[in-house]
Design a protein around this ligand. Structure first.
Ligand SMILES: [Fe+2]
Ligand SMILES: [Fe+2]
Length: 207
């Protein structure tokens, strides 16, 4: 078993790249995207807290997951401040079916189930990173405050991805990890490309 404390498991890139027209097509929907972001950050904090109770490990694993959960709540509060400053209410929003559909490929038996859940979390962080970077680039010069907001979140998403990857690597031999990432990342591609385009971070990529 690899130590999650020292592991810097880097996963291969996701097999599917969001098309370049995705972010420009969303520039008219930034208010909805920000509300979506608030809901995503809150769910990310809840996901990290759930792992905090289920991932085996000592002090360092617990501290890392606690810090991650806290950071997601800091993102949530930052999103709420930005919404308030722009006079946008934080309302309930129909989520995209992305996360729910991703979970259908998760193994039902332990220890693969927990490792798969961690890999799915790493994949969601990687996809969020990719898409927030695209949004930041499209917004730069049009809405610099929002471009900087997404740029700042990207930096955190990269760290979250590698923590979840390292924790998955602490549960599985390297060959199994690669094989499961392959299956789950291809499933993610199928899920994302089947979803219709919508003003959500995790909806279909083609307007
Ligand atoms: Fe976040
Ligand atoms: Fe995150």
């Amino acid at each position: 078993m690899t130590s999650a404390e020292s592991a810097t498991a880097a996963l291969p890139p996701l097999p599917y790249a969001t098309p370049p027209q995705w972010a420009p097509a969303l520039l008219e929907h930034t208010a909805t995207l920000l509300v979506d972001q608030g809901h995503l950050e809150k769910k990310a904090a809840a996901g990290a807290l759930s792992f905090l109770f289920r991932v085996p490990g000592g002090n360092e694993v617990q501290r890392s997951l606690s810090a991650l959960a806290r950071e997601e709540l800091v993102h949530f509060e930052r999103t709420l401040r930005l919404l308030a400053a722009r006079g946008i209410g934080f309302e309930p929003l129909q989520p995209s079916r992305y996360a729910e559909r991703l979970k259908t490929a998760i193994s039902r038996t332990m220890p693969h189930r927990l490792a798969d859940e961690l890999l799915v979390a790493a994949i969601i962080e990687a996809r969020s990173h990719e898409r927030m970077a695209l949004l930041a680039r499209a917004l730069r010069g049009r809405d610099d405050e929002l471009a900087t907001f997404y740029d700042d979140l990207c930096e955190a998403e990269a760290r979250h991805e590698s923590l979840y990857a390292a924790l998955a690597a602490s549960l599985l031999p390297a060959d199994d990890l690669t094989a499961r990432f392959d299956v789950l990342s291809r499933h993610e591609q199928a899920v994302l490309t089947a979803l219709p385009f919508a003003p959500r971070l995790h909806a279909g990529g083609s307007p």
